[in-house]
Design a protein around this ligand. Structure first.
Ligand code: C2E
Ligand code: CA
Ligand code: CA
Length: 557
């Protein structure tokens, strides 16, 4: 309901705001709709990109600190208020903080009309909805701000103990399928299940989004924490049972044995967040106890991940395509190369090479394999085309990942790469490792057919490992297969595998397929694979993978 204009002037409103500001977490504001003037708490100016605590030209200037995507929403709201159609303002949208980061706010207020019944002032309050809370009314527990001050105040007196961060698995699906009311009901009951298991000096706090933190200052160890976690789980199962399995959920726990006197609040939050995400990786109903080694691996992985992002953003700086010779088994002539990706990065002030088995899974996980894989195709096609000046018909093999098959139009990328340098399609082979589902996968079959139509060789990599087996030979109809290094080595030293390899080669030949044997390091091994009639050979004996320049120098210049 709109109200009549009060006796206060805008200056007096401003004074009231100034008086309240030091005593509240929220921000107060008043806007004179007629004069297009805006006044807000000083603390909001410190926090957000607001030009000043008081300014004219309010309609336009407010938009400058509203997150771009939310500007139309706010403009429409102002229009409704100014025209008198809306008397209550309650909008959830984002403002930009001083660093330009969008921050969720809830802006509420009411319109006060002037003596003629025209909307004159909008007056109200803004609160940050993502802000850490002192207390959570749903769970009835103290919130993260209180946890921070508890840790700080115990810093010089508490003995060691543990932190246990508990998360409800899949709270968002509870909320979306049964409504937030039921979600809140679960949050509250989980809080009481946990509380019921705690002893005297163990304290429970509510963090955000279905996460709780137990702080033990009683000198208990991580084994005690695990026992506590199990008893909490039991109580929660009993609760789910009592609810007639209306919703089944599980809890996860990250456990951090810690000496509170040396662990800061920030450190605690960071490490406990890590423990909970590890528990989440382990799956439903899991717990994870902090290990320094795992944490260092996690930090290393993050460093590599950041460096990979940076490299992709900077024209693939740090990536390099290496090439390894593939020779004809009979003549030992160089006929092709396999392109192998390398990544170099700055690590603690030193440039180091990261092994493919370490960085390729990260590229796959982040989706960066799509741009980098495309770049590899282009580099390799260009290298092959240059090599053909020295060795006509020279071929290049490029590895592709199943992520590229599933999530990009890989055939288009391949065709573009060869077209760019006018490479004959027969000269670029695509290597892919079978992973157990290819023969029935739509994306793969489309690629396989596209390669066939365009006469691009398709090569099954790492044959003899994982999922690859004889059915690949007929079902996937490759152009040739590469026998894995481990399998080759086994075949060279035990008769069973030797016999198997002989039969595989015979069978492949009977199907008119060629065989490339990988991992040949010694001349004896070479003689043996020649005897059993392998077609192509790749291995350190004929050259290790190296950069393009070196490859040219060693092989043709
Ligand atoms: P892969 O496709 O099986 O590549 C052959 C690996 O065997 C290469 O390891 C190569 O250096 C190594 N190798 C070759 N001959 C010998 C030998 O005689 N002795 C020994 N000990 N090793 C030999 P690398 O370069 O470390 O690559 C590892 C894997 O990373 C590759 O295995 C491939 O699966 C993946 N990879 C490399 N580059 C790419 C790429 O551009 N894209 C994708 N998706 N995966 C790649
Ligand atoms: Ca390969
Ligand atoms: Ca291989």
């Amino acid at each position: 309901m709109s109200e009549r204009i009060p006796e206060l002037s805008i200056e007096q409103f401003a004074e009231v705001i100034r008086l309240f500001d030091p005593h509240m977490d929220n921000y107060l504001y008043v806007m004179d709709l007629k004069a297009d003037f805006y006044q807000i708490s000083d603390s909001a100016v410190e926090r957000f990109m607001i030009p000043a605590a008081a300014f004219y030209d309010a309609n336009a200037k407010i938009q400058s600190f509203v997150y771009e995507k939310d500007r139309p929403l706010l403009a429409a709201e102002f229009e409704l208020m100014q025209s008198g159609k809306r008397k209550e303002h309650n909008l959830h949208y984002r403002w930009l903080d001083r660093s330009g980061k969008p921050i969720w706010i809830n802006c509420r207020g009411g319109i006060i009309d002037d003596a003629d019944g025209q909307p004159r002032y909008l007056i109200g309050c803004i609160n940050e909805t993502g802000k850490k809370q002192r207390a959570d009314n749903t769970s009835g527990l103290l919130g993260e701000l209180e946890l921070a001050s508890y840790i700080r105040s115990n810093a010089d007196k508490a003995p060691s103990g543990f932190f246990m961060r508990i998360g409800i698995d899949d709270l968002s699906s509870i909320n979306s399928s049964s409504g937030t009311g039921y979600g809140d009901y679960i949050l509250k009951n989980v809080a009481s299940c946990i509380s019921g298991c705690l002893s005297g000096n163990q304290k429970l706090f509510y963090l955000v989004a279905g996460e709780y933190m137990i702080v033990d200052t009683e000198g208990h160890t991580s084994e005690d924490a695990v026992a506590l976690y199990k008893s909490i789980r039991k109580r929660i199962s009993a609760f789910i049972d009592a609810e007639n399995y209306k919703f089944v959920f599980t809890i996860l726990a990250g456990i951090l044995e810690a000496d509170i006197t040396t662990t800061s609040y920030e450190e605690t939050m960071k490490l406990s967040d890590f423990t909970l995400s590890k528990a989440r990786e382990l799956g439903e109903n899991s717990f994870y106890v902090f290990s320094q080694k795992d944490y260092e691996q996690f930090l290393r992985k993050n460093k590599i991940k950041m460096a990979l992002y940076h490299a992709v953003d900077n024209n693939f700086e740090g990536f390099e395509a290496y090439y390894q010779p593939i020779v004809d088994s009979k003549t030992a002539d160089l006929i092709a190369a396999e392109a192998l990706m390398r990544f170099f990065m700055d690590y603690d002030g030193e440039t180091i090479g990261i092994a493919p088995f370490e960085f390729i899974p990260i590229l796959e996980e982040t989706g960066l394999i799509l741009p980098v894989g495309k770049w590899m195709l282009e580099e390799s096609a260009a290298m092959c085309s240059e090599m053909q000046q020295y060795i006509p018909g020279f071929k290049i093999n490029v590895n592709i990942s199943y992520i590229q098959v599933m999530k990009s139009n890989i055939l288009k990328d391949i065709l573009e790469a060869i077209k760019k340098v006018q490479l004959a399609p027969e000269c670029m082979g695509i290597e892919l490792t079978e992973s157990g589902y290819l023969d029935t996968n739509f994306h793969f079959l489309r690629l396989r057919n596209g390669l066939k139509e365009n006469k691009i060789p398709f090569i099954i990599d790492d044959f003899g490992t994982g999922y690859s087996n004889l059915h690949c030979l007929s079902d996937l109809s490759p152009t040739y297969i590469k026998i894995d290094r481990e399998f080759t080595n086994k075949a060279l030293c035990n008769t069973y595998d030797h016999e198997l390899m002989v039969k595989i080669i015979e069978m492949a030949h009977s199907l008119d397929l060629r065989i490339c044997v990988e991992g040949i390091e010694e001349t004896e091994a070479l003689e043996e694979v020649r005897r059993i009639d392998a077609d192509y050979i790749q291995g350190y004996l004929f050259g290790r993978p190296c950069g393009k320049k070196e490859f040219f120098e060693k092989n043709v210049l």
